[in-house]
Design a protein around this ligand. Structure first.
Ligand code: ADP
Length: 217
C-alpha cells in the first residue's frame, strides 16, 4: 500500500505514522525528518533547507521532490510506504505522479485550538526523533526520551512566530492538494480532535479500518 498521511502541521501525523509503521511494517517516510537529518549532518541540502524551515516556509519544490525521489527509490519502499508531510503543494503532487501512484490519502483533521496546543507543547528526541508532548504524551522522565534516553528539545519552527506562518502556508499552499486528490476519489477523513493519550480516542483504529479495507480490495 502506498499511503500519504495528510493534515495540518501539528495534527499528529508523525505520531500516528510511528504507530502505523509498527502495525503494518511499512517504512514511514517523513520529509520533515529527512530535512532534519540533512541539517544535523550539515549537508549542502540541509543548509539550504534550514533557511526556509526556521521561518516556517516551505522548502522549494525541486529540492524537496528530488530528496523524496531518492528515498522512494530505495529497496524498502518498493512494496509500499507511509508518506508524511509530502505532497504539500499541488506541484509536488504532480511530480509524485511521475514517481509512483498513491492508493490513499488519510486526511486527519482537528480544530485550530487543538492544533496550536499540540504544536506549542511538542518535544522531540535529539537522538532518535521520537515525538512527545509536554501534557498529552509526556515522557516518563521529564525531558528524557523513553526509548533511548536522549535529551528532548523544542523545534525552532514550533515557536509562536513560525507556527503562525506554517498554519498560513498550510491553508494557502497545502489545502489545495486535498482538492487535487479528491477529484481522484482517494481521500479518507479521520477525526483527530481527541488526544491520542485519551482512552476514548479512535484515531489509529479508524485509520486501520480504512487501510484494512484497502488491502482487501
Ligand atoms: P509539520 O508537519 O509539523 O509542519 P514537518 O516535520 O513535516 O512538520 O515539516 C517541517 C518543515 O519542513 C516544514 O515547515 C517545511 O519547512 C519543511 N518541509 C517538510 N516537508 C515539506 C514538503 N513536502 N515541501 C516543502 N517543505 C517541507
Amino acid at each position: 500500500m502506498k499511503i500519504a498521511l495528510f493534515g495540518s502541521p501539528g495534527v499528529g501525523k508523525g505520531t500516528y505514522a510511528a504507530k502505523l509503521e509498527a502495525i503494518y511494517h511499512m517504512p514511514h517516510i517523513a520529509t520533515g525528518d529527512l530535512f532534519r537529518a540533512e541539517i544535523k549532518q550539515q549537508t549542502e541540502l540541509g543548509k539550504k533547507a534550514k533557511e526556509y524551515i526556521d521561518k516556517g516556509a516551505l522548502v522549494p519544490d525541486e529540492i524537496t521532490t528530488g530528496m523524496l525521489k531518492n528515498r522512494l527509490d530505495k529497496e524498502d519502499c518498493q512494496n509500499g510506504f507511509l508518506l508524511d508531510g509530502f505532497p504539500r503543494t499541488v506541484k509536488q503532487a504532480e511530480a509524485l505522479e511521475g514517481i509512483t501512484t498513491l492508493d490513499a490519502i488519510i486526511n486527519y483533521f482537528a480544530d485550530d485550538e487543538v492544533i496550536i496546543q499540540r504544536l506549542s507543547g511538542r518535544r522531540l528526541c535529539k537522538k532518535d526523533g521520537s515525538i512527545y508532548h509536554i501534557t498529552n504524551v509526556p515522557p516518563k522522565q521529564e525531558n528524557i526520551c523513553d526509548k533511548c534516553s536522549g535529551e528532548l528539545y523544542q523545534r525552532d519552527d514550533d515557536k509562536p512566530e513560525a507556527i503562525k506562518e506554517r498554519l498560513e502556508v498550510y491553508s494557502t499552499q497545502t489545502k489545495p492538494v486535498l482538492e487535487y486528490y479528491q477529484t481522484k476519489g482517494i481521500v479518507h477523513r479521520v477525526d483527530a480532535n481527541t488526544s491520542i493519550s485519551e482512552p476514548n480516542n479512535h484515531i489509529i483504529e479508524d485509520t486501520q479500518k480504512i487501510l484494512d479495507n484497502l488491502k482487501e480490495e
